[in-house]
Design a protein around this ligand. Structure first.
Ligand code: IPE
Ligand code: IPE
Ligand code: MG
Length: 261
């Protein structure tokens, strides 16, 4: 009997149907408010409610890591009162959620240059991260003062420092090594990236980590985004074949070989 064709090295993949890591570009708060004749900050306030419901909806649906893009490095350029309002909302949110995170065993992490956030926010982040560090079943990652380009600069700088003092080799040139210097070092790569509000762009979010992510662009404005919308995005994801550069045939087991879960 002839040997089955050689199969490529297995690529680490998430379970077929449920994305392990979902990352969301929460967009549309301003338009939601404008449609109602309300100030933009009211849209952000409602957006925080959606953050709460989505955190638990994602876990109910079997997601292990949820990353939410809450504030980009470019968002500092918005009007000062909006930036100030967003920082105040973030403070309120963190103060209120600490107990809930502990009760529901949610680990909080951040990605981004959090050292440039207001001191009061930094302090709350430190406290919440420390209080939830031993929870491992479900992780909420807030992208705060995050930009993929600044992330690459920070990673390159840390990598260069490691080379200079002999912890890394300059000629290593492997993604596995370099990616340990990204903010996301301890996280799996996102499987599914969702953007709300009908915009189809990535806006400097997880550019490297999303190299093989699936994308869903939802027309729903973030304050209106529900568990059903999240479930629909996950259902869409589940229908897709992630090929990681291989052919469809390579991903299927050779005839006669049964694959156990
Ligand atoms: C997303 O909503 C929240 C943040 C970027 C902080 P926007 O504020 O971008 O809402 P739109 O895009 O103006 O509707
Ligand atoms: C991306 O949304 C940033 C966050 C969701 C935090 P923006 O509304 O800032 O992005 P652009 O300006 O439309 O690309
Ligand atoms: Mg926007």
């Amino acid at each position: 009997m002839s040997q089955p064709p050689a199969r490529p090295e297995p690529v680490e993949r998430a379970p077929a149907n449920i994305p392990r890591h979902v990352a969301i570009i929460m967009d549309g708060n301003g338009r939601w408010a404008k449609q109602r004749g309300l100030p933009r900050i009211e849209g952000h306030r409602r957006g925080v409610e959606t953050v709460r419901t989505t955190t638990f909806a994602a876990r109910d649906l079997g997601v292990k890591v949820l990353t939410l893009y809450a504030f980009s490095v470019e968002n500092w350029k918005r009007p000062q009162d909006e930036v100030g309002g967003l920082m105040t909302l973030l403070e309120f949110y963190l103060k209120k959620e600490l107990k809930t995170f502990i009760r529901d065993r949610v680990r909080l992490l951040t990605i981004g240059r959090t050292e440039e956030l207001p001191a009061s926010v930094q302090e709350l982040l430190r406290e919440t991260i420390a209080a939830t560090k031993d929870f491992h079943d479900y992780t909420l990652v807030l992208a705060l003062n995050y930009g993929a380009r600044t992330e690459v600069i920070d990673a390159a700088q840390a990598y260069a420092a490691a080379v200079a003092d002999g912890r890394e080799k300059l000629n290593d040139r492997s993604w596995e090594t370099f990616s340990r210097y990204l903010y996301t070092a301890e996280l799996p790569e996102p499987d599914l990236v969702i953007r709300t509000s009908g915009e189809s762009r990535i806006s400097n979010f997880l550019l490297l980590q999303a190299a093989y992510a699936e994308f869903v662009f939802s027309p729903v404005l973030w304050p209106d985004f529900t568990k059903d919308d999240l479930a629909a995005a996950i259902a869409d994801y589940a229908k897709r074949e992630r090929r990681y550069g291989l052919t469809s045939e390579q991903l299927k087991p050779p005839a006669g070989v049964s694959v156990s879960a």
